[in-house]
Design a protein around this ligand. Structure first.
Ligand code: CAA
Length: 284
């Protein structure tokens, strides 16, 4: 079918970034979250990202306003039923995702594809919450979504070839580059990236070096665009912890045991850039 309107559930860092990408690619977007304040923060993110593009001369102010106008917001999940394609981007809490997919399955016409931006929860399990397992698929964007070109596409056990092809074509329309991963804990990127971030937090906890020097060592020594602790702040320490916990739970492998210092940061509400404080301080 011709996809014109994308329904996005969750207006957090990822949901708002995905909404920006979709609206900038010409799609109408229905962006849903449970509270007005979450929506407002999501729209601020989009505005900030688009302003950056205007500043860099990649978009005019007029184009920016048109992109913003394509993003329609709501706090009612029922409104997602008007979308031609759905992307779920709520926090990494398995029960929450199962519940949303169960509700979406009832609300959305049966031919609609329901995708999830999960970073670590099994697509097969999420699909099992619905009666359309063939139309459930993983579409994993990287953070920041408007900048990162990769898209991990993950099929559940019963995802159909038609669904896979439709998603691949959508990924092409937004200019991303797809890779296919098996439905395995952490897929590709997080399977490799999260142990590096977790290990950097262990190094910090053990006093191997300061946060600044760990990041400096990894940027200059491994040629990364940013150090693992700064990246953890960007992703959100709560998200890093839940992904690592999920990979640890699914694999049972000790090498994925989350660092206690990471848990301590999350317990104190220091979640990284979004709260103004993580391994670094940010001017909010
Ligand atoms: N919208 C549009 N454009 C944006 C943007 C936004 N929200 N944020 C940044 N940009 C653009 C900037 O305008 C800039 O454009 P130019 O290249 O034309 O100058 C470019 O992106 C770079 O931005 P900045 O100059 O502000 O900053 P930077 O050069 O320090 O780069 C970064 C910032 C892109 C975040 C870079 O440090 C980077 O690539 N870091 C690594 C990010 C990464 O690894 N992400 C994956 C995390 S893993 C994941 O996401 C999976 C998961 O499930 C957790």
């Amino acid at each position: 079918m011709d996809i014109k309107t994308i329904g996005i559930i969750g207006a957090g860092t990822m949901g708002s970034g995905i909404a920006q990408v979709m609206a900038a690619s010409g799609f109408e977007v229905i962006l849903m979250d449970v509270k007005d304040e979450f929506i407002e923060r999501g729209m601020e993110n989009i505005n900030w990202g688009l302003n950056k593009m205007v500043e860099k001369g990649k978009m005019t102010n007029e184009e920016k306003e048109k992109v913003i106008d394509r993003v329609h917001t709501t706090t009612r999940l029922e409104d997602i039923a008007k979308a031609d394609f759905v992307i779920e981007a709520v926090p990494e809490i398995a029960e929450l995702k199962f519940d949303i997919f169960k509700r979406l399955d009832v609300l959305c016409p049966e031919y609609i594809i329901l995708s999830t931006n999960t970073s670590s929860i099994s697509i097969t399990r999420i699909a099992s919450a619905t009666k359309r397992q063939d139309k459930v698929i993983g579409m994993h964007f990287m953070n920041p979504a408007p900048v990162m070109k990769l898209m991990e596409i993950i099929r559940g056990k019963n995802t159909s070839d038609e669904t896979f092809t439709a998603v691949k074509s959508l990924v092409g329309r937004i200019g991303n580059i797809p890779v296919e991963s098996k439905d395995s804990p952490g897929f590709i990127v997080n399977r490799v990236l999260m142990p590096m971030i977790n290990e950097a937090v262990f190094a910090l906890m053990e006093g191997v070096a300061s946060a600044e020097d760990i990041d400096k060592a990894m940027t200059l020594g491994a040629n990364l665009p940013m150090g693992p602790l700064a990246l953890a702040d960007l992703i959100g320490l709560d998200t890093v912890l839940s992904i690592t916990e999920s990979i640890y739970r699914e694999t049972g492998d000790q090498k994925h045991r989350p660092c206690p210092l990471l848990k301590r940061y999350v317990d104190t509400g220091q979640l990284g850039k979004k709260t103004g404080r993580g391994f670094y301080k940010y001017g909010l």
